[in-house]
Design a protein around this ligand. Structure first.
Ligand code: MN
Length: 461
């Protein structure tokens, strides 16, 4: 295919050029006034942006949560991702305590077979594991693992385990991603709230205050400083956490940060009212001034990546709660947490370009280039250069797209962004040279997506 006359944006800058993709699934040419071959399909991209396919480094497709399951599976979730301009996801394998992590990887790999776009995996360690497990993960192309500083009942690990696993990570070239909230303090606040009869959804946010995200983020950076590990803080939602990341970067800690569209566009006022339960996620939505700080962090390079933490549920499942009660969740602690987002990420970050908070170059860096570099996919993905995978989005900056659930493709009946209309949406999406979405419709194939083994971090000195 020859994509003619678009404005290409990637790490090489912004320029008007033609881009050619070949039968080998790669970008095979970039230049001005390339002549189409006799059988070549030509796509007119004048007035459009041509960017590397989005990489969503934080998803939870079909994750079991208590008696429930996340509503998007790998089939539906990757179709929606493709329509919105994302051509690679990295999903979190989340074993239960006592489950062999590599057995969980095998299970996730079988679940992911119907994926319409390429996919990689992170691994979560919910308890101490031997160094050989970390080595086995890296050997399998899973070059990042996650630790939780929250959810003591099922996910949290203690500081000693974190130190031990950070040392293993450093020796085996793995990145450590961390969910930073102080789980023990939050548990106490939740117990106190329930004991006082405070059961409403807003308590979800009151019992997970930003100071406890800031504390946990700082602790994670201190442990990285101690061990020399490279770390990545997932879903930074507050100015407190951002300040801890900035301070650590200034003293030379190798820490990167991710935020998500929900923390840029939504605030804690959503946690009151009749559909409050539809906005439960962790960390919780914050007061609006935090979002202003996060946008500034994106513009100034203090936050490197925007991912989604995609984790949708059906409305009925939110009402039933994680115990699946027919009479409905008894209090805020039973509402499953997580929001839909894999389809709308590029549009919601693009909104910041339209409002002048970030540049189009920032948008591409945050949504594609940085996650490729950070997670061992560069330069195969995240770039338009000749020889890279032809994961390409032709973005129409004039196309209007409603963000109401019925107008989107994720398996959920409620959208966090209902009522919003994006000005900007993909008109064409290629995954390894193969058209997977056109004019807002999925035209790819289930199972086209391939597992991507990711490269380890360069050895540290
Ligand atoms: Mn998550």
């Amino acid at each position: 295919m020859l994509i003619r006359g678009g404005t290409l944006i990637d790490a090489a800058g912004e320029r008007v050029a033609d881009l050619r993709t070949g039968d080998d699934s790669l970008v095979t040419g970039i230049g001005v006034d390339l002549e189409p071959g006799p059988a070549e399909v030509v796509h007119d991209a004048r007035g459009k942006l041509v960017i590397p396919g989005g990489i969503d480094a934080h998803t939870h497709m079909q994750l079991p949560v208590g008696e429930l399951r996340v509503s998007d599976d790998f089939a539906s979730g990757t179709r929606a991702a493709a329509i919105g301009g994302t051509t690679t996801i990295i999903d979190y394998v989340t074993p239960e305590r006592g489950e062999d992590p590599m057995a969980a990887v095998a299970k996730w790999r079988s679940w992911a077979e119907p994926s319409a776009i390429d996919w990689g995996l992170h691994l979560t360690y919910t308890e101490a594991v031997p160094e050989s497990t970390v080595a086995a993960g890296v050997e399998a192309g899973i070059t990042s693992f996650k630790l939780y500083l929250a959810y003591p009942d099922r996910l949290q690990v203690d500081d000693g385990t974190i130190v031990n696993l950070m040392r293993s990570a450093r020796r085996h070239g793995s990145l450590v991603t961390l969910h930073c909230e102080n789980g023990d303090a939050i548990e106490e606040l939740r117990r106190e709230a329930l004991a006082g009869g405070h059961k409403a959804v807003i308590e979800h946010s009151r019992t997970r205050p930003a100071v406890l995200e800031g504390e946990a983020t700082e602790r994670a950076t201190v442990l990285a400083e101690l061990t020399g590990a490279s770390i990545y803080v997932v879903h930074v939602s507050s100015a407190n956490s951002l300040a801890a990341v900035r301070a650590a970067r200034e003293r030379g800690v190798d820490v990167q940060a991710e935020t998500c569209p929900q923390y840029l566009h939504l605030d804690a006022s959503r946690l009151t009212g009749t559909d409050a339960g539809n906005f439960v996620c962790a960390p919780p939505l914050r007061d609006p001034w935090h979002a202003e700080e996060l946008w500034e962090g994106l513009a100034r390079g203090w936050i490197q990546t925007v991912a989604t933490d995609h984790c949708p549920f059906w409305r009925a499942d939110r009402r039933a709660g994680v115990f699946g009660r027919r009479e409905g969740a008894q209090d805020f602690t039973e509402i499953p947490g997580g929001l839909a987002g894999v389809e709308t990420r590029l549009a919601l970050v693009w909104a910041g370009v339209c409002s002048g908070r970030i540049t189009a170059g920032d948008w591409v860096r945050l949504c594609a280039e940085a996650p490729a570099r950070t997670f061992g996919l560069w330069p195969t993905k995240g770039s338009l250069a000749v020889g890279c995978d032809a994961d390409v989005v032709v973005w129409d900056p004039e196309r209007r797209q409603s963000l109401d659930a019925p107008d989107l493709d994720m398996a959920t009946d409620h959208s966090p962004y209902a009522g919003m209309v994006s000005k900007g949406w993909p008109e064409l999406v290629l995954s390894r040279g193969h058209v997977v979405a056109r004019d807002g419709l999925f035209v790819g194939q289930q199972g086209w997506g391939r597992y991507v083994a990711r490269a380890p971090l360069p050895p540290s000195l």
